[in-house]
Write a protein that binds this ligand. Structure first.
Ligand code: ATP
Ligand code: MG
Length: 420
């Protein structure tokens, strides 16, 4: 016997038993985004590697060690499975000139790929819902993003997700701050791990993003960017906070929140829960006014966020959430040659009436077919045997309540089942 082939580590099958939960989540998200006027965009899953290097930044976890990069054997191009959606979304918007004359509110969903160590809430193929607003400069759009995510948690019935915000200021703020930070970190070289030493001069702010427990005390003590902000940065941040207070959205300022990607400026935020262990961030985003120019477009402001779908679904399940089940209205049983032929037509007629119907296939006794009908979750069994064929009618039997079966025409059955 040959050994069976397994899925790749960290890449999961999503089985039918989870289908209702995913469907509920995706439908809720779709309605929620429509209620804020966001339009869908769908990008390819593979892009040129250069796009992510330019957009995300060379000195980041993603580009340094998490990307699935390969050479296209046909033309030698370096390609990468997308690790996130923002770069592709902005690339698509620029390529199709969507920003010409009109700002854009866009969203997308789909799988992302990162070569990380798989663990609870951290996978190599995972799913994001991403939202991007391109061409909006003011803090009102940052506030919209945060307020709308708060509404999504309410719609999903999720509580206990806390908001952390911070500002990364402007490029100039960061340059000023950088010198201080490098000076501080250099005087504590012995505490820095390998990654941190490597990033000390290329990207010192990123050192503060480290999750290494041995460095947390040092990170706490490091100089704060918040103390090096210019007036514009402070105003943007304070206006945002005022809007959040007006909207009744509670927040905490976390001066250590720098986010794992290079392209952010001004606002950054994360929604965090304590119920998922170490992988507690369920949604993260912020403003990235430099990105569009960085990947070759005419400068334009932008901000956005992405949610980790698996983490949000884990939260829903952890809270005992039962998604509305999608069960068929009827399961059609049949026995005998004429009945078999009639059953196919009956099932089609019931579906013409908008009903979800499962037609029994594969023969067997009425008893064994009835067991399958029951297991299908259908509310009614439709039974067709010799008697029904002779009468040109069908029998309808409730499966979820004690009640007799009734003989009726297909038309009457359609009406009857539609009422249920
Ligand atoms: P983390 O600090 O957990 O690695 P990140 O900063 O790398 O997160 P982002 O790039 O901001 O994550 O992605 C947005 C969201 O996508 C995260 O907040 C998280 O919910 C989800 N996410 C990111 N990486 C993974 C992964 N490997 N598996 C599952 N979900 C993920
Ligand atoms: Mg990460």
């Amino acid at each position: 016997m040959t050994t069976p082939i397994q899925a790749i580590r960290g890449m999961n099958d999503i089985l039918p038993q989870h289908a209702d939960l995913w469907r509920f989540f995706e439908e809720t998200v779709q309605d929620w985004l429509a209620s804020y006027g966001y339009r869908t965009i769908r990008m390819p899953i593979v892009e040129q590697t250069a796009l992510f290097k330019r957009a995300i930044g060379e000195v980041t976890d993603i580009v340094e060690k998490e990307m699935y990069t390969f050479i296209d054997a046909l033309n030698g191009e370096s390609l990468t499975l997308r690790p996130e959606g923002t770069a592709s979304c902005v690339r698509a918007v620029l390529q199709h000139n969507l920003l010409y004359n009109a700002p854009q509110r866009l969203w997308y969903k789909g799988p992302m790929f990162r070569h990380e160590r798989p663990q609870k809430g951290r996978y190599r193929q995972f799913h994001q819902v991403g939202v991007e607003s391109l061409g909006f400069a003011g803090p009102d759009m940052d506030a919209e993003h945060i307020v709308m995510t708060a509404r999504l948690w309410r719609k999903l019935g999720l509580d206990g997700i806390a908001l952390q915000i911070n500002t990364l200021g402007t490029n100039e703020d960061r340059t000023r701050h950088r010198a201080k930070l490098i000076h501080f970190l250099e005087s504590h070289l012995d505490v820095l791990d390998e990654d941190a030493r490597r990033r000390l001069h290329t990207n010192p702010l990123r050192v503060l993003d480290s999750k290494n427990p041995a460095m947390q005390q040092l990170i706490e003590a490091a100089p704060k960017l918040l103390d090096d902000l210019d007036e514009d940065s402070i105003k943007h941040f304070e206006t945002l906070q005022g809007m959040l207070r007006d909207a009744g959205v509670a927040y905490e300022i976390n001066p250590r929140l720098v986010r794992g990607l290079d392209y952010y400026n001004f606002t950054v935020f994360e929604w965090v829960t304590e119920r998922l262990g170490a992988q507690g961030t369920v949604c993260a985003g912020g403003r990235f006014d430099g990105l569009i120019e960085q990947i070759g477009g005419k400068p334009a402001p932008a901000c956005g966020f992405a949610m980790g779908v698996e983490r949000l679904l884990a939260l829903l399940e952890d809270g005992g959430f039962q998604p509305p089940a999608s069960t068929p209205a009827a399961y059609v049983l049949h026995m005998g040659e004429a009945a078999d032929r009639m059953a196919l037509q009956v099932a089609e007629k019931l579906r013409d009436g908008g009903l979800d119907v499962v037609l029994h296939c594969g023969g067997g006794s009425f008893k064994s077919q009835m067991k399958k009908a029951d297991a299908s979750g259908a509310r009614y069994a439709v039974i067709i045997g010799d008697d029904e064929v002779l009468a040109g009618e069908i029998s309808v039997k409730p499966l979820r309540e004690l009640s007799e079966q009734t003989r009726m025409t297909v038309e009457a059955a359609t009406d009857f089942l539609q009422q249920k």
